[in-house]
Structure formats: structure tokens, C-alpha cells
Design a protein around this ligand. Structure first.
Ligand SMILES: Cc1cc2nc3c(=O)[nH]c(=O)nc-3n(C[C@H](O)[C@H](O)[C@H](O)COP(=O)(O)OP(=O)(O)OC[C@H]3O[C@@H](n4cnc5c(N)ncnc54)[C@H](O)[C@@H]3O)c2cc1C
Length: 491
């Protein structure tokens, strides 16, 4: 039995009463770990104890209660074992954890909502800095702003805002982390009206790699502020995000208009021809998938966040695009509608996805989508709409450069069952082969959905990349924060 395990069982047996707890937990054994560069190293037990003592939150090691829960991220295919997990409760915890990692050049991952599909928020053998206990939101009604902790989920902000008749753009699944989503961009059901989450980011508190807590805004450390609006988690750990909120009726007009496969081409052509010039208040996300009783369908999820009296007129062209087999559009609370995908996208689900932006939604793309689609309950081709306010920004206004996209195209298999290796590989191979036929219609990718392709990150950020490198050189010259779509420092 390891000394530390003995100590824990001694506490459980009541031996602790005879000793001060500090002494009981005095013996942390040396442990193997992995450096930022991927090499093996040893963490001294005394240093680990010092880190544990410095934190308000728990420091979890393999075998501790809660360790397996904390290391689990959204995508059930990811199974990594950090040497240490710091469950942070405040900026000082984050600073201590960051300093510990920097001084040892230790591999570091940061967990917000855990939705990185490739699993970048957990690391094998390094230090996982877990922000998920830092999740309070305070909305200032008169200033129309919200301050959200760095571990907040999108649903926290939606709900607190709705109480006061305010909203800001957040993701379409309410358990997505606001930190990860906003730092990489942030599309959602009201982004055509109020622009992306990163465009609504007014300021942030951030612990940079040097361990310092900084407040950044357009007035303070403006280059770093610019980089946080789309440059991802390359520059530090965000403790709090300050958002612009907008007056919005908490009730929106929303639901699904579904077309049978015989109308698939007409429905997708409607989206191709009108997706770019719809009113900003209307958002249409489109999913091509197979329903158990109906077979393949093209389903439009519509959200109208404007004057309810004008909703029918705005939705009329969609309803006329074919003969819908169902139409569930109704008045619904926005914050509740935002949770509609939470269960079908629950934690532990397995997903393999390819995605990129579509600028020109051409008839050739429509034909290819119809041809490529597979009749499988786990398979879908999804278009998340962009445009409107998102595209009225210039590519250089923020680090997020994609201001010409019609939509973001995604192809995936998503499944719950524990698959065999062969089944998993077959699903992955199908997505890859379909993507090989669809990718030619795309221009650049969304770093929040594709944080693995760091070889193409430079080209993807286009003219913004050089400025991002300058900020990276200043705030993270050793690239400690590299589990992301990585901006490589050049110093
Ligand atoms: C089911 C699902 C639905 C989604 N829906 C949308 C959507 O509607 N719109 C959209 O734009 N995107 C969406 N995404 C993509 C999403 O934006 C990214 O996966 C995002 O990175 C998730 O952030 P997270 O905090 O949940 O993830 P995590 O896995 O915790 O983190 C993702 C990245 O952000 C970093 N990070 C997280 N928190 C912090 C912090 N406080 N400070 C510094 N770095 C941090 C992590 O280190 C990691 O690199 C969705 C993803 C999934 C799986």
C-alpha cells in the first residue's frame, strides 16, 4: 500500500483524531508525470503536497474519490489519466496550479465544460486544471452586462439573463462551457442578431502563464483582449468573462420544420438561395439525418428572436420550400429551448466529426450532400448558420477571422453504445470518406470543432496569425498552453 493510501485509510478508521490532518497527509510519494514536450519526469512528493496545501479546492490523484469523474470529458471516446487534477475554486488556485506547471514545464490541460471533441481539456500524465467548480454568473441589469466565471456553462448565462429579460449569444447545447466556446468564437441561435459570443466579450480576468491575474479589455492589454476573441486558450486561463447582454423577450418563436426525403433537394436549395439574406432575427440550423419511423429527412430548426407578430411572415418562405411533414414552431422560453439538445448530446456520448465553413452554398454542394448522406441513426450532416451580424465584422476586428461563412458544415457519427474496435473504426472511416467528397466545398475551419489540425492553424487564421503569434510570444513564450488549436510562439 502506498503511504498516501495508508494515510487515507487511517483517516477513515478514525486514527486522524490522534494526529493533526496536515501531518497525516504529509507524505505524498514521488510520482511519474509527463512534461509539456512529452517526456517522462518525476514530481517530488513534497512539491505535490505544497501544491495541495496552496489550493482552496482539491488536488486529486489517481485513486482519489472524484478523480475518475473529474477526468471524464464529454466525448466518451476519450480516456486519459492526468497525474494531478487541480479542482480550482478561485483565481489563486489557478495561479498556483499554473505556476506549479510552468516551473516544471509540466503538460497542462484546462477543463471548462469538457466539450472539446478531441479531448483537449484532459491530458495523459500532466496537470489538469479543472475550472468546472468556478461557475457563478452575475447579471447587471442596468449596465446590460454579465460576469461569468471561467467554468460556467452556457445554460448558466442563458438562465440568469432570461430572468432579467436579457440574453447574449451562447451555444446550442446548454452544458457547453462558456470559456472554451467564447475564446474560440461562439455561434448560437441568436448570433445572426447579436453576433458571436467572442464579439460580445467586453473584458476578461485571466491568469497568464507567469501566474499573474490580469484584467483585460479594449483599454487594458488591448492586444491580449483582441486575441481572446477567437484565438482560443493559447494565452492563459480565463477566470471570468464579461459579456454584453441584450434586451430580448425571454419567449421566442421556435421549433422544427421537417421535410421528407423526396423534398430534400428543394429544401436544401431554399437554404442555399436564402440562407445568406434572411432577417437577422431568424436562425435556421439544418440537419440531414434519419428518423426511426420516417427515414431520411431534412429538418430545419428555426428560431425567431424578433417581434413575435412578424414571425409568420419571416417563416413563410421556409414553410413553402416543400411540403413539411411536421412543423412544431411555437412560442417557447428561449432558455428552455437552449436545453433541447442536452440529452441527445449528453456527456459520455461518442462522436467522430469533420467540419469546416461553407461560404458558397452551391447546387453542387446540395447534390453532394444528398448523395453522401447515409441512412443510419448515428449519422448526420449538420449546417449551423452564420451570417447576419457575424458577417458584418471585418476579419481583423477580432482574432476570429471567418466573416464570410454562410454556415458551418459538420458530418458525424454519434453513438451511445459501447462499440467494438471494428465498429468504431468503421464509423470513423465513413466520416472520413464522406468528408473527402465534401471538403472541397469548404473554406477554413472553426477551431472550436477542429482543435487537432494544428498544422493548418496558421493558414486558417489568415492575416490574423502574425498578430496572434506576437501576443503568444508575449504571454506564453514556452507554449505551455498548447492543448488547443495551437498558435506556436517564435521566441
Ligand atoms: C455537444 C456540443 C455542442 C456544441 N455546440 C456549439 C455551439 O452551439 N456553438 C459553438 O460555437 N460551438 C459549439 N460546440 C463547440 C464548442 O464551442 C467547443 O467544443 C468548446 O471548446 C467547448 O468549450 P468547453 O469549455 O465546453 O470545452 P473544454 O473541453 O473544457 O475546453 C475546450 C478548450 O477550451 C479551453 N478552455 C476551456 N475553459 C477555459 C478557460 N476558462 N480558460 C482558458 N481556456 C479554457 C480548454 O483548455 C480547451 O482547449 C459544441 C461542442 C459540443 C461537443
Amino acid at each position: 500500500m502506498k503511504r498516501r493510501e495508508f494515510c487515507k485509510s487511517a483517516v477513515a478508521a478514525g486514527v486522524a483524531a490522534a494526529f493533526p490532518i496536515g501531518e497525516i497527509l504529509a507524505d505524498f510519494v514521488d510520482m511519474p508525470a509527463i512534461t509539456s514536450a512529452g517526456n517522462e519526469t518525476t514530481l517530488e512528493g513534497a512539491a505535490v503536497k505544497e501544491l495541495a496545501d496552496s489550493l482552496r479546492g482539491a488536488l486529486l490523484l489517481s485513486g482519489d474519490d472524484g478523480y475518475d469523474h473529474a477526468r471524464a470529458v464529454w466525448n466518451g471516446m476519450i480516456d486519459k489519466q492526468p497525474a494531478l487534477i487541480a479542482r480550482c475554486e478561485g483565481a489563486s488556485d489557478v495561479s498556483h496550479a499554473m505556476t506549479f506547471a510552468r516551473e516544471r514545464n509540466l503538460l497542462v490541460s484546462v477543463r471548462g465544460g469538457g466539450h472539446s471533441i478531441s479531448g483537449k481539456s484532459v491530458c495523459e500524465g500532466g496537470l489538469m486544471i479543472d475550472m468546472s467548480d468556478m461557475n457563478s454568473v452575475r447579471v447587471d441589469q442596468s449596465a446590460r452586462t454579465a460576469r461569468a466565471d471561467g467554468g460556467c456553462l452556457e445554460g448558466h448565462i442563458d438562465r440568469e439573463g432570461a430572468l432579467l429579460g436579457l440574453a447574449t449569444t451562447g451555444g446550442i447545447v446548454s452544458h457547453t462551457g462558456a470559456g472554451g466556446l467564447t475564446l474560440g468564437g461562439g455561434f448560437g441561435r441568436i448570433c445572426r442578431k447579436y453576433s458571436m459570443a467572442c464579439d460580445n466579450l467586453l473584458g476578461a480576468d485571466i491568469v497568464t502563464v507567469d501566474g499573474q491575474l490580469r484584467h483585460v479589455s479594449d483599454e487594458e492589454e488591448a492586444d491580449l483582449m483582441w486575441a481572446l476573441r477567437g484565438g482560443g486558450s493559447n494565452f492563459g486561463i480565463v477566470i471570468a468573462l464579461e459579456y454584453q447582454m441584450h434586451a430580448m423577450d425571454p419567449i421566442v418563436i421556435a421549433g422544427d420544420v421537417v421535410f421528407a426525403w423526396k423534398d430534400a433537394r428543394d429544401a436544401l436549395m431554399f437554404y442555399a438561395e436564402h440562407g445568406a439574406d434572411m432577417p437577422d432575427e431568424l436562425n435556421l440550423n439544418v440537419i440531414v439525418r434519419t428518423l426511426p419511423d420516417t427515414g431520411p429527412v431534412v429538418s430545419f430548426e428555426a428560431v425567431w428572436c424578433g417581434d413575435p407578430a412578424k414571425a409568420d411572415a419571416a417563416l413563410a418562405p421556409l414553410r413553402a420550400a416543400g411540403k413539411p411533414i411536421s412543423d412544431t414552431i411555437a412560442a417557447v422560453p428561449y432558455a428552455i429551448f437552449q436545453t433541447r439538445g442536452d440529452n441527445s448530446n449528453r456527456h459520455g456520448i461518442r462522436m467522430y466529426m469533420k467540419s469546416s465553413f461553407v461560404n458558397d452554398f452551391t447546387p453542387e454542394l446540395v447534390d453532394q450532400v444528398i448523395d453522401v448522406h447515409r441512412e443510419s441513426p448515428t449519422y448526420a450532416i449538420f449546417f449551423m448558420q452564420s451570417g447576419g451580424a457575424v458577417n458584418r465584422r471585418s476579419p481583423g476586428d477580432t482574432a476570429f477571422p471567418y466573416r464570410s461563412a454562410h454556415s458551418n458544415m459538420m458530418v458525424w457519427h454519434q453513438w451511445l453504445d459501447l462499440e467494438s474496435d471494428a465498429e468504431r473504426e468503421a464509423r470513423i472511416a465513413e466520416v472520413r470518406s464522406d468528408w473527402a467528397r465534401l471538403q472541397k466545398f469548404t473554406h477554413g475551419f472553426y477551431v472550436n470543432l477542429n482543435d487537432e489540425d494544428t498544422a493548418r492553424t496558421h493558414a486558417n487564421y489568415g492575416a490574423n496569425y502574425e498578430r496572434l503569434v506576437k501576443v503568444k510570444n508575449q504571454y506564453d513564450p514556452t507554449n505551455l498552453m498548447h492543448l488547443n488549436a495551437n498558435i506556436k510562439p517564435t521566441v
